[in-house]
Design a protein around this ligand. Sequence first.
Ligand SMILES: *Cc1c(COP(=O)(O)O)cnc(C)c1O
Length: 395
Amino acid sequence: MTAVASRSRAVETPTRSIPFGRPIIGDAEKAAVAEVLDGTMLVHGPRVERFESDFAEFTGGGRAVAVANCTAALHLANLHFGFGPGDEVIVPAQTHTATAHAVEFTGARPVFVDAEAETGNIDIAQIEAAVTERTRAISVVHYLGLPVDMDRINAIARVHELHVIEDAALAVGATYKGRHAGLLGDCGCFSFYPVKHMTTAEGGILLTRHDHIAARVGRQRAFGLDRTVAERTMPGIYDVTMLGFNYRMNELQAALGIEQLKRLPGFLARRKANYAALAAGLAEINELKLFRSSQGVFESSYYCLAVMLEGRLATRRAEVVSSLELHGVGSSVYYPGPVPHLTYYRLKYGIDDGDFPVAKSISDRSIALPVGPHLDAEDMAYIVDAIKRAVRDAR
Ligand SMILES: *Cc1c(COP(=O)(O)O)cnc(C)c1O
């Protein structure tokens, strides 16, 4: 854009302020947190267990283990299966760096697989070629909340005897064939970071259909002790049977989580309605391509609405984003680059710039637009107008 154009636009005041994400904390959450603070149990109290069972009930099954954040859940999941040096785990290139870090921390090697262009999810057709005799697991990510085709993942896993971990950080409320994300592989990891579907400030949960996984992960999140505080007959007396971390969730977080869960169905309905309104409004803009969303057995959690900039806009993302910003519309990028292109992985594994071209193009050319429950239909109409203006200005 020209200097004159940007100056004249800078003096306009946005008529709305639409942040990409914002936690919604009400009086019930505040009262619940205050109640914890008024008591004596900040950790080891009853709320974490209650939150775990409420969350498991919401997802329709399985056992939930609450932890400090989703990255801790992913780390515990990878450790649980005993991965270590010499092992390989298949990881999508298009994900949050935590998915790969969790593998790396065990000493195993993340073997990256490119994304499919239509959804941003791992390109399942390329997984077989990445499997070697050292492969131990497939760690998938439900990209922006759209479930991966888990029947195909599980079929590959069965043939090669692999574990399946789901990074379901953005998939609270997402289902595949009617089953909630996180219950489709061996275990799934969720995030309650502030801008996600519900929040506990920081927080995460490992969800699994397998009691033995929940039991062991539950101990490894708390130093590897053989009994919880509640299980001790003699205060202070316990044994240690394994290495473990302090990855516990505390009572303040769980109090928030219990209240947020009650509102979650409403949050999810709003996301879905916002997504539909925004998608309809953007459909007529030729320079934008939307990712495939819910379809048939795939029900998204609608984390955001990501668009690919096409044609002459393909190299103009910075202009589009700043035009949106000028009009008060927040956006984000998922993700800043394919994980293997980020410096740590690029240097460690000698990755080439041309590797993972689909993930690279999504990272370079996509914009994630907000559909969160802090927004309504009028906000969606406003975003459509702002996008149209940004597209026009960037021509
Ligand atoms: C946010 C996110 C994480 C990390 O979650 P934390 O709770 O912040 O540790 C991991 N994976 C994905 C896909 C995410 O979006």
